[in-house]
Design a protein around this ligand. Sequence first.
Ligand code: ADP
Ligand code: MG
Ligand code: MG
Length: 919
Amino acid sequence: MAAKSKSHKYVYFFGDGKADGNESMKNLLGGKGANLAEMAGNQKLKLPVPPGFTLTTEVCTTFLEKKKTYPRQVKSQVEASLLKMERIMGRKFGDEKNPLLVSVRSGARKSMPGMMETVLNVGLNEKTISGLIAQSGDERFAYDAYRRLIMMYADVVMEKAAGVEVKNGKGIRKLLDEKLELIKQKQGYTSDTDLSAEELKMLVKDFKVTVRKVLGSDFPEDPMEQLWGGIGAVFSSWNGKRAFEYRMIEKIPHEWGTAVNVQAMVFGNMGNDSCTGVAFTRNPGTGENKFYGEYLVNAQGEDVVAGIRTPAPVNEYSKNPQSEHFTTLEKYMPNQYKELYGYQKRLEQHYKDMQDIEFTIEKGKLFILQCRVGKRNGIAAVRMATEMFTQKLIDAKTAVTRVAPNQLVELLLPMLDPKAEQTAVVIAKGLPAGPGGAKGRVVFTSDEAVEWATNGEKVILVREETSPEDVDGMHKAQAILTTKGGMTSHAALVARGWGKCCIVGCSDVEIHSETKTFKGKNGVLIKEGDWISLDGTKGLAYEGSLPVVDIDIDQNKSYRDLMKMVDKIKQIGVRTNAETPVDAMHGLKFGAEGIGLFRTEHMFYGEGSEQPLFLLRKMIVSKTEVERRTALNELFQFVKKDVKDTLHVMRGLPVTIRLLDPPLHEFVPHDSAKLLELSKVLGIRMSVLKRRVLALHENNPMLGHRGVRLGISFPEITEMQIRAILEATAELIQSGEKAFPEIMVPVTCTVKELEHQKKIVDRVYREACVSMNMKKIPYSYGTMIEIPRAALKANRMAEVADFFSFGTNDLTQMSFGFSRDDIGGFLPNYMDQRILNEDPFQTIDQDGVGELIKIGVERGRKTKKNLKVGICGEHGGDAESVKFCHRIGMNYVSCSPFRVPIARLAAAQAAVTWPRKAK
Ligand code: ADP
Ligand code: MG
Ligand code: MG
């Protein structure tokens, strides 16, 4: 064992056409490190990647666990790799004459853009600067690199990683930045590039003094100290606040850790024959198969992403209203553009997915600094998946895994009412970074966005630019608007990842943070709290609250193509929960293959419920069976019509109709006017009525007189519903239509309940056949499984039931003993303390509740081999839960109409990952 640890590899080298690692080693090398290795080392790619090395995520986890110390061999392995870099570059780290400078970059398994730290230009000091001047022949450039190093190093290493408390909310980076701005203001400069060598030299002096004053120690002169300081700081940034928050939102495990990449610097800021940029192999906003990107002349690294200067387009296609007057890279450096164009083609062919590429041109020589699978919004994801399939770049199975089920929400996303848009006042025009329509009240800081949203307000976050510190507020906001930045800026990137409506680069908007206002186009003044509306698809913002309308999904060809593949691949059915013909039609439009839950009580709520509700109340307060039957007879017509209308829409697809479920007292009126009316109609005194109502009171109605228990106490309630269902079915069939109801008994816990109700069904069935003059009426009989006992006794339940439908809301409630209506009081705390990782009412608790479901399915099928099993309840529309249902062999899931496409896609993805054997 000792031998093994002696030779353990902690550092992976890449460069000069070779690499120790490759693309498949993301867990160890992080995404960035693995891809750098692949680009540098794969003979098919052979891209010009500056040499460097990667410290593994293992080093990170040890470092963070062992009080910021490294495994023993790390030091020598780093030194050996540094030596190789020096040889390739022909420069020496820390050399006064010909210094090598390096970047120290983060890179986790999954990309977390901007969430962790990077330090550039490491290795510069009072001595090596003269070497850099000699190398480049450009003093201005050298001091620009130097001031950047001090700024980043002070911020990342000396302040953040050292855990220095920031005074007055102003960190060192901000303080130094202000110094830079001051010079610009004094001299009337508009851009950082206007600063002279002399001014930058002064700035460097000033920076060093300020660092010492504010942080209490000197910026380190020793290049090795700089290097290790940088490495440690990047590792530590894994536990930084914003990285932590991002992981919570994105559900990235905290245990993963980040890798660190140390890489030879190349310079995009070496004058006008140098530049830096970000590009995508396809348009990440629309999915169109066109090379898309932005660049900045004479700039370094993060200038593009930070949105400090408006970037120029790499080609005509990438032009937008803000950048149309800039020269494209294609025109400015045609040869390098051609080279870059070739590389991006090669990269997409190799990775078979859209790539996000960082490049830098140093004095006319092109380098590739990073590639990764590019983030894209839902609309683009669907288009890319289907078009890559058509191009035969990927197969259908891969295509359906390329869209996250929840991304489909964006395609179904409401938009601003186009009619209202025509007459609305445009207050800003910018770049359409995140599609869809949104409206909300203006706030200017991330903290306010969080606060307002927590109080139930819909807000739109308006900022000059966003930084990783704003993630929480961005997440909580309906939409984001920035005044600076391009399509590759931080705000755009993050919004794209989340599918959030977002407009960036609204250069005609002027924010006045002191007065919490902004001045929009044509001088319109907007105050904090004012409503505005955004069209993220067009990049337009309007004054006021415009109506938001639904979209016709069938117009989207890519969506239709994708869903065709989905339906071929998926192996379980997807139904919808619906109780009105309108809902049923929505469900059908979204591809539902039946109704998994039709709640009969629906007719007693909302519009048009007045009369049936009154009749139900009459029935509820009835004292005798005769009274009750009279009321039920009147109610019968309503139930029958309701059922018939929906069966008609579904044209023979199965419709699971659940018998009356809620506790009766839920329907009893509590205001005296309604009670008085009821007492008159029933011809009983108020005091008598009130006594009857009181008698219905329950201490724990969720576990009280509800579901099948009502049908046992009052068989005539069941009888009426069965008759309505069977007669509705018979009538449809007689008029030449198809209909197939599945009668479902709720809240059962023993087979005896099912037997009891079945007797009623059998009797009513015989009567209905006679009265309707039919030999048979199609239907099936089954039960919900929502009480743990029912799941455990599934073998018995299946003796009578032809199907099970897992009611996972109640099943979760009763398994955990958590009241669905009261979890707000403790669940957040459970999640904070990580006692639970997820809200079990949103995604099935596969461990516990899932175990019960598995038992239910297995035992049920032991009794009845072809027992049909499905799920209704909210979980049916949750992608992870759908995948679970597929794995354990359910026949179908059911969810609200809007979530049907999501469930279908999740089902197809499950079939790709866990294919079921053909029967
Ligand atoms: P992130 O993961 O946040 O994108 P990166 O590690 O990619 O951070 O680095 C930030 C910026 O610095 C990027 O624009 C990148 O291109 C640039 N950069 C990193 N390393 C080098 C290098 N060796 N030479 C030139 N620029 C670099
Ligand atoms: Mg990067
Ligand atoms: Mg229930």
